[in-house]
Structures are given as C-alpha cells and as structure tokens.
Design a protein around this ligand. Sequence first.
Ligand code: SF4
Ligand code: SF4
Length: 378
Amino acid sequence: MDENKILEDINSCIDCKNCNEVCDTFIATQNPFQSPNGRLQIAKKVFNGGDISEDEKFGLYTCTLCALCDLTCQQNIPISKIIHASKAKLVEQGKAPYEIHNKIIKGIVDNDNSVSGKPEERLDWLPETYRGEEKYEEADSDTLLYLGCMSSFRVKESATASYEILKEGGYNFKILKNEPCCGEYVYSAGNLTLAKKIFQENFERFKKHGIKNIIVTCGGCLYAFNNVYPNYLNDWDINVKHIVQVVYDLAKEGKIKLNPLNREITYHDACRMGRKIHGMDIYNEPRELLANCGLTIENLEKNRGNSPCCGAGSGIRGIDSGLCIDIGAQLINEINTNEIVSSCPLCVFNFRYVNYKKQLGKEYKYITDAILESIKTQ
Ligand code: SF4
Ligand code: SF4
C-alpha cells in the first residue's frame, strides 16, 4: 500500500468509533489499543516514523484481520489493510514480529507447515483404501487438491472427507507428496519479503507439475491464492476454488448422492469464505449442500458477510490465547444447536480448542465430513 495514501486515509477518520462496535477484540478487552480506531492511531505513528509502545505493538498484533470494521466505516477507510501494512512496516524496521511468529515461520521454512506437524505425518489423512493407487504428482490431471497445514495435520478428517468425496464423484485431481505451506501466516505476520519468496517458489512448483486449477479446503489458503498471490505474482494464472464449490457442482450434476441426516446444525461463515475474498461470496453453496444432506440449518445472529471471527484469525492464538478463547466462547455461547459446521479447518480447530478450554460440550464438524457422512448414510 502506498504510504501517503495510508496517511491520507487515516487522516480522513472522523473519530465516530462506529468501527469499535463490531470489533471482537475490542468488545472482549475494552482496550482502545485493541480497537480499529485505536489501531489506526497506532498505524499513524508507525507511518510517521514515530516509536510505538509495547502495548501499541500488541494492539496491532492482536487484530484478527477479520475485516468486519472495514464494512462499518463511512469514510471507506480500509482499516484492516492499514493494520496489516503497519505490521509489515514494523517488520521492515526490525521491530516485529514476535518470537512466537518467528518460531512458527521457521517451522514453515524447515518443515513446510505452520502447525508444528512432522513432515513424515503429512499424508496420514490419506485413506488406506487409496494408498496403493495414489499417483501423487504423477497423476494425469492439471487440478491439485491442496490441503494446507490445518487440514493435513490438525483437522485431518477435513482432508480425508474432501479427498473421498472427489473420488466418489469421479473427479480427476492430483495431490502433492510434499505439499508446501501457502505462506498466508508469514504474510499476515508482516514478513512480506519471505512471503513473496514463498509465493514465487510455490507458483514455480505448481507450474512444474502442470497445475492450472487448485481446490483448497482452507479459507486461509483460498484467501492467499485468490487475493494475495495475484498482488505479488504478475503472471499468476491458476484458477482457485474452495472444495465446497466443487462438491456443490458434483451434487448438482448428480455425481454424488446425498442422504438425509435429519438433525439440526449451526453453520458458521468463516471470514475467509466471503468477506475477505472479494468477489467470491461462498455463502449459499454450503447452506444448500447441508440442507440437501437433510440438515436443518440455524444461523448465527450475524452471519454471511457480517459473521464474527472464530477467534483465531491472523495467528493471534500464539500471542494471546486468552483473547482467542474469549472471542471463540462469545460466539459459541450464542449457538443453540449441539453441532456447528464450518468450511474452514482453522475455525473448526479453534472452536474445538475453545470448547476444550471452556468445557462447552458442543461438536464441531468440517463441512465435507458432514457431507461424506450423508453420502455414506443408507
Ligand atoms: S468507522 Fe471509520 S471514520 Fe469512524 S472511527 Fe472508525 S475508522 Fe474512523
Ligand atoms: S480487522 Fe477485525 S479484529 Fe482487526 S480491528 Fe477490524 S474488526 Fe477488529
């Protein structure tokens, strides 16, 4: 972002503080440094070359980059983008990120994942029945099923179910034996130099394997490939879809058969399934699919483009797990059904973490896991 434009945008703030009313981190902490309006004032110092305090830096780094505040600003200030740009500026000045970010980034560089997964366990999710026949990079397809760190290591059934549904629907695709991290974590932490290097290397690798289409399971990967990579790679030309969109088409074409599950669930819209993915609102497809699985869908009071963050956006759990739990619990406590379904494995993972910490007694499912259950139901 152009720094003069950033300062111009910040100076156009009329201090109405409407943005603060929707900000989960401010609602949870009541700390002005952890509000959109307060963060803009910190950003102003950063871009004017001033020093900021530890509390102010913490304020910037506890933003989930959920972009809810952007929707409320009558001055059209791209608040979340300015907050991210401030983090990048601090990294450029050698003042950020935090040690925990650097540790996770080292894991990405050394082991190709952001979740401390062991490389030898990367493909543990692959169903036993397909292990013998899987051709990986050598498969004759220009479409890659890209699982990402969360599905590969932490919410493995999201990878397994997505893979099995594509097989069931006769979809032709390949997977990589040693998949790289998309780099979204590095980008969000503000290390743009390394992020750009990762984007370039990944693109080269995708091209080497003849990949023209990518199917992702994670909202973070979708955001990275669709909204960030094109800003840094002039020739990025890979078509990227979320697994929900592909499964939706398979169901429409009658290639998979859905059977009734007959229970109630609440569907949570991840911010990286719509609000953050400009021009790609994936709100109707998951609801239609789940309804066709015989599931009655409850919505959160704020849903679709206004849906709250799960509490784990932009890696805030690493620096303030308490805040992450508070935001997640606030959301879960609003939910009446026992089961919550999401199309983002990071949200599912965080909900389960909050559930465990607060003993909330609910169940959390990744969407293709629910759909596969419906396919397998007689
Ligand atoms: S909503 Fe916009 S104008 Fe109002 S305080 Fe927030 S940033 Fe400033
Ligand atoms: S992006 Fe989300 S967490 Fe960050 S300031 Fe805006 S509303 Fe708050």
